[in-house]
Design a protein around this ligand. Structure first.
Ligand SMILES: C[S@@+](CC[C@H](N)C(=O)[O-])C[C@H]1O[C@@H](n2cnc3c(N)ncnc32)[C@H](O)[C@@H]1O
Length: 1002
């Protein structure tokens, strides 16, 4: 298979990702994947992990590192798009359904229908299509594909039926490539092999061959910040050997699950199903023998609802704490609190099918707040008198020196698993949802009931059981015995409930269910077990879905450890539902080797060819804290497969924040990866785009790590509304890096020249590729302005990071030097300079380059921003950036609105007669004269008069022929740009264009 593949033949060839990346299309694809929610390939492994990097983006990065950039960039792009299933023929397969032969014949112009189709009866249709099927003569004609028409030919014909809509819309309507993975690539291999000199007919074959050509073997792709495993999984799925590591063992476990469950063979999956069945049988047997979930009437407890209870200081009554009394708004079920004077407590009854008025009334619970940020209070009415007590009063909040708040909650002890009688917050079971099989045997029926004596008896059994076995189970590692270390997120349960050990976050039933499942599960079942923990703790919310179905949701539906005043607890059956996830299946190639290790990135000791990493830059999520929720359960008795990992979050080694420590950690990590990479190796670092300063920051980090930047791309991965906001989207930046060799020196002055040249050539390359691609088959730009600006940044970094010493300063030391807040560094300056240069090169379409070069700063600014306004961009930053780039002194003079997100240029009419004087940056410019003319035409001035004014306003109108051409071009440009923005001015611009064109001279 690999006989004519020459090892190392691509060793020195730039990678495709260093030259191009169809970022617009990739953004659409990445967004589609992000929006797939639970339909995402790896989400079932652990939905509690947020911030998964889209697999399609990872695929693009890995492929982009392996594929060569040849002299024919256009062809490179086409082949890349085929491999990404972004080409037309792939969309045929990605479409909801393929068109039938009759539909094709009706829609496509085909010279000889019989070249492709068998027609019965043979003479039933005309020679060529399209065919009008409404003709009654064709009523009984049958059309089928000829067997000798290849799949590629079929797809080519069918592709003509795809709607001609922008790529984003096409992606919206299509399946994701991985949803049709088995077939989508069938047509590409001839084209791919011809271009690359390979002989592959699958991804693993192609990857192996490219790896041999680049590195001499199947490529080894590593991710040392692997998180949920999105990058290593995609690497392995493509056919690379993969190395995944993370400081956090839960990340390792998720990655393990991705590779060993979603990537498992059919046999391994069958084994998993057997293991699952075995676990269910054992757990069910225990629960049944304890008699804690069955009511003896055929019903089984599905959901147990608990709330806190607190003593009202005014009345001495114990009041159940409920945000409202609605139990199910779809089925009109409410809770009723019935005062029980002898016990100074409320009985809780359940009423079904109540009136609308009662439903409204039930929205009021016993815990209210008067608005966001306001202190909630406990409220109840006895004998017509309302009693209110702030929760802060109940807790006994007090201010500690230094501004923090303390309270009088008792800190729970290790042996505790429920409140003690004197605790401020008690806990109470207040309702149970029961289930039983329906009589027909199809599905289940449900019933919610108040709590009775027999229920309380069953509660006592559970509590006694946990009381008896807690310490034994802790010693065996079946339930947690780990302290909650204080921290940003972990302080919350300590402060709000007095919980000091992780098992305090679980009630006795939850400890029992969790303990049994932990006991009976091997490695492949631990992923399901962790899912259960997420959805069955004191932090698990009880909700009612739109259909009226009751649910208990995940503690990690947000990324904090929020305590709840009422929560849902799953019975074993309902818990097992979630343990048995419907994992997707993508069997990995047998040849692929992968390894998962638990260590900090700087402790890396294996050598890899490619690193694709998504480091914890400015992570909002404190994984190292919140994942202790799971670590606490797994650390003492991990299955053999996970036993080498350090079951501790090692918070002090986790990289986070953005300050010096962060930079030092990052440099140590990337330095190590660079050391563990061959000369021909390549890295891609992904990070979230937050602000301009991140550029300089990341540049400094990679620089200090001995790397140099070779390209950078920006992929919008966030929400649709954000996408529409253009370049101010929070997306992902891809920084492409190589090893830096030698200690090149330069000066700042030389650098400026070099940057200018590099930026200009990069911009020319990309705009050139836009043009080339347009001529071929696209009607959309491959790159937008924002991408080209980005390429400008990248070009600057490319130049900068070639050098180790600038103006005698060692840049490695400079990179990790502590910063003063607000300080602008040399690197910041040079990058800003590069961006300005890139912006200057961005000639709007419709303006000839020589004319552009002759325009003043103000003219360029106005023309460019009109162009962006037509694309719907309205943020003031844009105006500021371009004003800076074009060196406009005061762009405000040209603005009709300077609102942050509603900025807008003045129209010709709004300019009126202003900005004509010597003081204006528009003074004596052709553009100002044209705008003046438009204003006059809109105001219905006679054409001859308008022309007369124009000839006066445009300097050298008669003596310089070029000035007239310029006016025509400007009028034409404005006519097009203003078409939807200001139709009246657009019409005026067309009139002006014709007036000038038809003007008789001499
Ligand atoms: C942004 S996340 C990676 C997310 C991943 N790409 C995904 O798609 O799920 C960053 C990861 O870095 C890990 N991490 C933090 N500090 C680390 C260190 N010093 N060494 C290794 N991993 C670290 C965190 O545990 C976290 O899993």
């Amino acid at each position: 298979m690999t006989s004519d593949i020459t090892p190392f033949s691509l060793k020195d060839t730039p990678a495709l990702i260093e030259r191009l990346m169809p970022v617009q299309k990739l953004s659409a694809e990445a967004y589609k994947e992000q929006m797939a929610g639970t339909g995402k390939t790896l989400t079932a492994i652990g939905s509690y992990w947020k911030g998964r990097k889209p697999l399609i983006l990872n695929k693009a990065c890995i492929l982009g590192c392996l594929l060569p950039a040849t002299k024919d960039l256009k062809r490179d792009l086409e082949v890349f798009e085929k491999l990404m299933a972004m080409d037309d023929e792939s969309f045929v397969v990605r479409w909801a359904r393929r068109p039938r032969p009759k539909e094709i014949v009706a829609a496509v112009s085909i010279a000889h229908i019989r070249d492709y189709f068998i027609i019965v009866p043979t003479d039933g249709l005309p020679e060529s299509g399209p065919v009008d099927w409404s003709n009654p003569e064709y009523q009984d004609v049958e059309v089928t594909w000829r067997a000798d028409v290849s799949e590629l030919e079929r797809r080519r014909i069918e592709a003509q039926m795809l709607p001609r809509v922008p790529y984003r819309e096409r992606v919206d309507a299509a399946k994701r490539p991985e949803e049709v993975m088995g077939t989508v690539h069938q047509h590409i291999w001839d084209a791919v092999n011809t271009h690359l000199g390979t002989s592959a007919c699958s991804f693993p074959q192609l990857i192996e061959q490219l790896g041999i050509m680049r590195f001499g073997h199947r490529p080894r792709v590593a991710d040392t910040f692997c998180g949920s495993g999105q990058i290593p999984f995609e690497a392995a799925r493509l056919g690379c050997d993969a190395y995944a590591s993370d400081l956090n063992p839960v990340a390792c476990m998720l990655t393990w699950g991705a590779l060993n469950i979603v990537g498992a063979s059919k046999k391994a999956r069958a084994h998993l199903a057997e293991a699952q069945e075995e676990m269910v049988a054992k757990a069910e047997a225990e629960i049944t023998s304890l008699g804690i979930e069955h009511d003896g009437q055929g019903w089984r407890g599905k959901i147990y609802l608990y709330c806190n209870e607190a003593r009202c200081p005014e009345t001495g009554w114990l009041v159940p704490m409920l945000p409202n009394r609605v139990l199910n708004k779809v089925r009109s079920i409410v809770l009723e609190l019935i005062p029980n004077a002898p016990s100074q407590r409320y009985d809780i009854a359940i009423r079904t099918g109540v009136s609308n008025a009662e439903m409204v009334e039930a929205r009021q619970g016993t815990v209210h707040t008067d608005g966001p940020g306001r202190d909630p209070y406990l409220v109840h009415t006895l004998g017509g008198i309302e009693h209110r007590t702030k929760l802060s009063t109940l807790r006994g909040d007090y201010r500690i020196a230094g501004g923090t708040i303390g309270n009088k909650l008792r800190m729970w002890a290790k042996s505790d698993f429920k409140p003690k009688p004197m605790d401020i917050f008690q806990e109470r079971l207040y309702a149970i949802q029961w289930m039983r099989p329906t009589k027909s045997g199809r599905g289940e029926e449900y019933e919610v009931r108040a709590v009775g004596e027999s229920d309380l008896e069953r509660e006592r059994i559970v509590e006694d059981y946990i009381g008896r076995y807690l310490s034994e189970w802790q010693a065996k590692g079946w339930v947690p015995n780990m302290r909650i270390e204080p921290g940003y997120n972990t302080d919350q349960p300590i402060r709000e409930r007095g919980w000091t050990y992780w098992h305090h976050l679980f009630n006795p039933r939850q400890l029992l269910v969790g303990g049994l499942l932990n006991q009976f599960s091997g490695a492949e079942l631990k992923l399901g077990f962790a899912r259960v923990l997420n959805c069955n703790s004191r932090l698990s919310r009880f909700t009612i879905g739109g259909s009226g179905a009751a649910m208990v949701t995940g503690a990690f539906d947000n990324q904090a450890l929020n305590t709840l005043i009422n929560y849902g607890c799953r019975g074993m059956r309902y818990a097992l539902d979630i343990a048995d996830a419907d994992y997707k299946s993508f069997e990995l190639s047998q040849k692929v080797a992968y390894n998962i290790a638990c260590h900090s990135a700087e402790q890396l000791s294996t050598h890899n060819d490619i690193y694709v990493t998504d480091p914890p830059y400015g992570d909002a999520v404190k994984f190292e804290e919140i994942l202790e929720f799971f670590i606490a359960w797994l650390r003492k008795n991990p299955p053999l497969e996970f036993s080498e990992w350090v079951w501790d979050s090692r918070r002090s080694l986790a990289i986070h924040g953005e300050d010096e420590d962060f930079r030092r950690g990052m440099v140590a990590s990337y330095k190590r990866m660079t050391e563990c990479m061959p000369e021909s190796g390549i890295q891609v670092i992904m990070f979230t785009h937050q602000s301009g300063s991140i550029w300089a920051d990341m540049a400094n980090i990679v620089w200090a790590s001995g790397l140099r930047v070779t390209a950078a791309w920006y992929v919008a991965t966030e929400t649709e509304s954000a996408l529409r906001e253009g370049s101010y989207v929070k997306g992902t930046v891809l920084l492409v890096l190589r090893k830096r060799t030698g200690t090149n020196k330069t000066t700042r002055d030389d650098l400026a020249w070099e940057i200018q040249e590099e930026v200009a050539s990069q911009v020319a390359d990309l705009t050139g590729l836009n043009q080339a691609a347009k001529g071929f088959y696209r009607d959309e730009n491959v790159f937008e302005d924002a991408d080209i600006q980005m390429a400008g940044y990248a070009a600057a970094l490319r130049v900068l990071t070639r050098y180790a010493i600038i103006d005698g300063r060692d840049m490695t030391t400079e990179a990790i030097r502590p910063r003063i807040k607000g300080e602008t560094t040399l690197v910041d300056d040079l990058i800003a300079f590069a961006v300005d240069t890139a912006n200057q090169c961005l000639v709007p379409q419709g303006i000839a380059k020589p004319h552009w070069d002759s325009f003043s700063s103000a003219e360029r600014f106005y023309l460019k921003l009109i162009d962006l306004e037509t694309k719907g961009l309205k943020t003031l930053d844009n105006y500021q950036n371009f004003a800076k780039a074009f060196k406009v002194r005061d762009f405000r003079a040209f603005m009709a609105s300077q609102k942050a997100n509603q900025a807008r240029l003045k129209s010709a009419v709004e300019f009126g007669k202003t900005e004509m004087s010597e003081a204006s940056e528009f003074y004596q410019s052709a553009l100002r004269a044209v705008l003046y003319a438009l204003m006059e035409l809109v105001n219905d001035l006679d054409g001859g008069e308008v022309l007369a004014h124009l000839t006066l306003n445009v300097p050298d109108y008669y003596s310089n022929q070029n000035q007239r051409y310029l006016v025509v071009e400007l009028a034409d440009y404005l006519a097009k740009k203003l078409e939807t923005l200001r139709p009246e001015e657009a019409t005026a611009a067309r009139v002006l264009r014709e007036l000038v064109k038809n003007q008789r001279l001499g």
